[in-house]
Design a protein around this ligand. Sequence first.
Ligand code: KIV
Length: 275
Amino acid sequence: MRITDFYKYEKKTSPKISMITTYDYCGALIAEKTDVDCVLVGDSLAMTVYGFNSTIYADEKMMRCHTAAVKRGIKSKLIISDMPFLSFRKGEAKAVETAGKLVKAGADAVKLEGVLGHEKAIEKITGSGIPVMGHLGLTPQYIKKIGKYSIQGKDEKKAGEISKQAKTLENLGCFSLVLECVPPLLAAEITASLEIPVIGIGSGPHTDGQVLVFHDIIGLYPNSPSFAKKYANAFSVMEKAINDFNEEVKKGIFPKEKYENNKEARAMGHRKKKI
Ligand code: KIV
């Protein structure tokens, strides 16, 4: 899926959009081989890759390095990169500068959380030719204020605020919106009220698409949220592979035969020894 496919998206007839987070080169190679529509270099990498307890620890350098690694493995899909915590709250110039660095690192678009207080930054980024994806509902960069990772927009007042902000993001030129952890009915209402495609996470089935975190899908991250379906158990597959290696080393089974690397050993003056 390219950016123009987002512009052409028809809510009634286009297929649902699938997006996964991707953080590194091998993850990107895997994503590239799949039919998933687009990849997000999410700031969730602070948690899944770096082990922090929140996304606020993802900084500009991390986002740039991981975007570049993903770009080396992704050839045919749209790459969206997260604008890190506070990077769009320090004025328009700083916001455009950060977005520009992410694009130069390989991103096709950027995503940023919330809208109130940084409307001008969003306008300036889109006006500079960088597509922006919005992100409302549960916005993890605001965790210190929200207090806990929980469903947002449960009461009428909050639901109304989120709907209004969604419209604002569309009017500011966002090409798409991520809606995280809002009640399914609210997600359905917002999806129907916007022209841009809405991609949900933990927000029920009525959005135009779904996004999940790579490590949650493959079962690698131990603290996955309850809404994330585990399609594999990569943690135990990897654990077993490493334990098998350890056992073979201890028993002297590895390396033997084709793994002995005899060519290099001979080149270094060693003689091939049959065991
Ligand atoms: O950083 C991230 O992984 C995200 C998704 C949860 C949408 O923003």
